[in-house]
Ligand binder design. Structure first.
Ligand code: ATP
Ligand code: MG
Length: 413
């Protein structure tokens, strides 16, 4: 089947020219080059996708070097992996040498040797991701589909390529559920059976790889669908027994997206995911996922702040009191609590902090206080603190108000 017309329509003008340039250079080196993976699937589905992944039968690094020499692209090559990235002004192109993989043991990273396109396709996760389109001039646009990916797309099925697939790499369980929910597809019968059987193989997967797949899920438009389904399948429980994918999570993820200026959404989702955790469970989860320091802090802060919310349950709290209570927490932890708490008074205070209090600054700074006769050091620090507090509480508004207050503090007014 030839898709050259669809391909030219699908790729925007510059992308199309780029693809042709790469294939022309490949021909000079007597290499064949293919578009592979998600972009082929999305082209057939009619969904946009501009992550261009290319597989080269030959040597991807050499090809990328050649392309870089005759264009403005920046080259990033990994000789050891036979991969290269070409960075253009507003797009990147990933090139990989076609490779063959063997797994020494379940969950381990595979041993890699050069191979054919077909070798490269069979190492992939699902038939719908194991298609390629040739970019080589003599068969430009030809669909390479050795595992009936197109037919599975039409039948809306997620199918692994061999029965050992989930044992080789149990992250595919998470990936599969992600595609199932994104596209509204179903698992083919045998795939569904093996997926359930192989859930315990997740124990063999490193924390970084599990976390990476959760981050991938958190890039979805509606990650709660994936999380709920992973909960029903018992996958979440396997990762950590306290993890749940219930209706509460679904509601809160949805609210998180509607929050005014949510911080990094993936971080916020992580914080909400652990909202019901005990202190012990969170430490286990952070260790299991080898969570980076900043996100660990945000997740711990989320739970710490949750235990302090009753302090915010006083309607007449002064803004400065709210500010001093909350300033030590990561913003994403405050956002998580805003979304998670049902009590209206703490909710209002949390929102006030996020929307306003955290941005309040005095109009006068140290330099200006010096001009008013204050000396640098603890005295000035104290004055700035008083001014800031007064500004938070609306007791001073203008620069003149601040000046007056500062002078009154020194007894110079
Ligand atoms: P998405 O739209 O979610 O980015 P994608 O298909 O582009 O989907 P990537 O995670 O970007 O997915 O991976 C690119 C390709 O690499 C996939 O299409 C798949 O063929 C292959 N791949 C990724 N992860 C695995 C894995 N764990 N096992 C086998 N193949 C994989
Ligand atoms: Mg991708």
């Amino acid at each position: 089947m030839n898709l050259s017309r669809q391909l030219d329509q699908y790729l925007s003008g510059p992308l199309c020219e780029l693809a042709k340039d790469v294939s022309g250079q490949a021909a000079k080196l007597q290499q064949r080059v293919y578009l592979v993976g998600g972009v082929v699937r999305d082209l057939l589905l009619g969904y946009p996708n501009f992550d261009l992944d290319l597989v080269v039968e030959g040597d991807a690094v050499k090809l990328a070097q050649q392309v870089a020499e005759t264009s403005q692209a920046k080259l990033l090559a990994h000789h050891r992996f036979g991969t290269a990235k070409l960075r253009y002004e507003n797009l990147t192109l990933d090139l990989a040498t076609a490779r063959k993989e063997t797994y020494a043991r379940p969950g381990a990273l595979p041993a890699v040797t050069p191979g054919t396109l077909k070798d490269d396709l069979i190492r992939r996760d699902f038939s719908i991701n194991a298609m390629a389109i040739s970019l080589t001039a003599d068969d430009y646009g030809e669909l390479v589909d050795p595992y009936q990916g197109k037919s599975d797309l039409e039948r809306r099925l997620i199918r692994i390529l061999h029965p050992g697939s989930f044992t080789d790499d149990a992250t595919r369980i998470l990936r599969g559920v992600c595609y199932e929910q994104r596209f509204g597809f179903e698992f083919e019968t045998q795939t569904a059976r093996l997926l359930k059987r192989d859930i315990p193989m997740l124990d063999m997967i490193s924390g970084d790889r599990i976390r990476h797949e959760l981050e991938h899920i958190f890039e979805e438009n509606r990650p709660e669908l994936v999380i709920e389904r992973l909960g029903d399948l018992g996958v979440l429980h396997r990762i950590n027994p306290s993890l749940k994918g219930d209706g509460w999570i679904a509601d809160k993820f949805d609210e998180a997206r509607r929050l005014n200026k949510p911080s990094q959404l993936p971080s916020l989702y992580f914080c909400l995911l652990v909202y019901s955790f005990s202190g012990k469970a969170i430490e286990q989860f952070l260790a299991r996922l080898n969570m980076p320091a900043k996100l660990s802090r945000a997740m711990r802060d989320t739970l710490r702040l949750k235990t302090k919310l009753q302090l915010l349950n006083e309607p007449s709290l002064k803004p400065s009191v709210v500010y001093y209570l909350l300033r030590e927490y990561e913003h994403v932890a405050i956002q998580a609590n805003t979304v998670a708490t049902k009590s209206s008074t703490p909710h209002r205070h949390l929102q006030l902090f996020l929307a306003k209090l955290r941005y309040v600054r005095t109009s006068l700074d140290g330099e200006e206080l010096k001009k008013l006769g204050f000396s640098a050091g603890p005295e000035m620090g104290k004055v700035l603190q008083v001014l800031h507090k007064a500004k938070l509480d609306g007791e001073v508004r203008t620069r003149a108000d601040e000046k007056k207050l500062a002078l009154s503090l020194s007894g110079r007014s």
